[in-house]
Design a protein around this ligand. Structure first.
Ligand code: ATP
Length: 327
C-alpha cells in the first residue's frame, strides 16, 4: 500500500541544515497496522508529514496505492489527501461544532449531499461507540471521546490509509487501551491500512502487525512484529520485550532466546540440561501475548561444568523447538 524509497528531508541549509529524515525506505502492506516507533527527535513527525504530503521531501519518493506523491501537482496532492485520514495527539476538533458536525466536516468540504452525510455520520458514530454523544461539543467530551470523534472524522470519506500521529499520547493508560483496541477493531472491520507514529512501546506491542524503529532520522529496523520479537539481536525487540543487558552477566555466558510460536520454553530449558548437561540460569525475561501469539525473550546464562559445550548442537536443538538464538 505504501512504498517509501530513499526518502530524505533536510531543513535549512549550510551550517544550520538539519537532516530530519535520512535515506528512509519503508514498505507497508495493505490492510496492516504499521507502527513507527522512536524517541523524541528521531524524525517521526517529519516522516509522517512527508507520507501525508504536508511536506515535500528533499529527495526520494512516497507511493501510496498507485500514486507517487512526489510527482503530483498541488491539485493532485489535494485529491490524494482525500484518500488519507489523519488523527492527532490533541484531536484538532472544531470547538464550535458538535461531535456529529465535526465528523461531517470533511464530507461537507468534498460536497457530499446532506442526506448522504447524515447517513454516513450515523454509521461512524456507531463504529466508534459514540451513540448518545452526537450533539455534544468537544468541551463536553472526555479525551477518549474526543479521539473517537477524531477517528470517525478521519474515516468519514473512506480513506485507504489512516495516519495516527501520537494518537494516544494525551490519554491515560486505560483510555489508551480502549482507543488502541478501537483502532484494531476498525482495521479488522474495514480493512483500512493504519500507520501510526509513537514513542510508546505499548502502542506497538498492543496493535501493530509490523513496525519500524527510527533513530536519528533513520529506520534502523523494520519487519513483521512476530519475526522481530523472535530475533535475539533485534533492537526493537529489546525495547518491546526488554530482558536486561549484559551487565546482568559479568561472566559473558548469557544469550538471548527468542520464541514467538506459543508453547512454553520450560521443556526446552530442561532439555538443555538433560541432553547437553548445561546449567541454565535465567537472568531476565519477558513473555507477552502479541497479536494472539505468546511471544517471549529470555536472557539465560549457559554454562557447562567442564567448560565448553557443543554450540552447534545446542543451536540445532533450540531451532528444532522454534527457539531463536545466536550462540
Ligand atoms: N520545521 C523544521 N525546521 C527545522 N528543523 C526541524 C523542523 N521540524 C523538525 N526539525 C528537526 O528535525 C528533527 C526531527 O524532528 P521530528 O519532529 O520529525 O522528530 P520526532 O521523532 O517527531 O520528535 P517529536 O516526537 O519530539 O516531535 C529534530 O532535530 C527537529 O529539531
Amino acid at each position: 500500500m505504501i512504498e517509501v524509497t530513499s526518502l530524505t528531508k533536510v531543513y535549512g541549509t549550510g551550517d544550520g541544515a538539519v537532516t530530519a529524515v535520512d535515506d528512509v525506505s519503508l514498505s507497508v502492506p495493505s490492510g496492516q497496522v504499521f507502527g513507527i516507533l522512536g524517541r523524541s527527535g528521531a524524525g517521526k513527525t517529519t516522516l509522517m508529514r512527508c507520507l501525508t504530503a504536508l511536506e515535500r521531501p528533499t529527495s526520494g519518493s512516497v507511493t501510496i496505492g498507485e500514486v507517487n506523491l512526489t510527482e503530483l501537482s498541488a491539485s493532485g496532492l489535494r485529491k490524494a489527501r482525500h484518500r488519507m485520514g489523519m488523527i492527532f495527539q490533541h484531536f484538532n476538533l472544531l470547538g464550535s461544532r458538535t461531535a456529529a458536525d465535526n465528523i461531517a466536516f470533511p464530507l461537507e468540504v468534498q460536497g457530499v449531499p446532506a442526506a448522504e452525510r447524515r447517513a454516513r455520520v450515523a454509521e461512524l458514530i456507531e463504529l466508534v461507540g459514540l451513540q448518545g454523544r452526537e450533539h455534544a461539543f468537544p468541551s463536553q467530551l472526555s479525551g477518549g471521546q474526543k479521539q473517537r470523534v477524531g477517528i470517525a472524522r478521519a474515516l468519514a470519506a473512506h480513506p485507504d490509509v489512516l495516519f495516527c500521529d501520537e494518537a494516544t499520547s494525551a490519554l491515560d493508560p486505560a483510555t489508551t487501551e480502549q482507543i488502541l483496541d478501537l483502532l484494531k477493531e476498525i482495521n479488522r472491520r474495514t480493512g483500512v491500512t493504519i500507520v501510526l507514529i509513537t514513542h510508546e512501546s505499548e502502542v506497538v506491542r498492543r496493535i501493530c502487525d509490523a513496525a519500524a524503529l527510527m533513530a536519528s532520522g533513520r529506520v534502523v529496523e523494520q519487519g513483521p512484529l512476530l519475526e522481530l520479537l523472535a530475533d535475539p539481536d533485534s533492537r526493537l525487540a529489546d525495547i518491546l520485550l526488554p530482558v536486561g543487558d549484559v551487565s546482568l552477566d559479568p561472566e559473558h555466558t548469557s544469550v538471548v532466546l527468542g520464541f514467538a510460536h506459543g508453547g512454553t520454553t520450560e521443556p526446552v530449558i530442561s532439555g538443555l540440561t538433560r541432553r547437553f548437561g548445561l546449567d541454565v540460569s535465567i537472568l531476565g525475561g519477558a513473555v507477552e501475548t502479541v497479536a494472539g501469539h505468546k511471544v517471549g525473550r529470555l536472557r539465560v546464562a549457559l554454562t557447562h561444568p567442564d567448560g565448553g559445550y557443543d554450540r552447534d548442537a545446542v543451536a540445532a536443538y533450540l531451532a528444532e523447538h522454534e527457539v531463536s538464538v545466536h550462540l
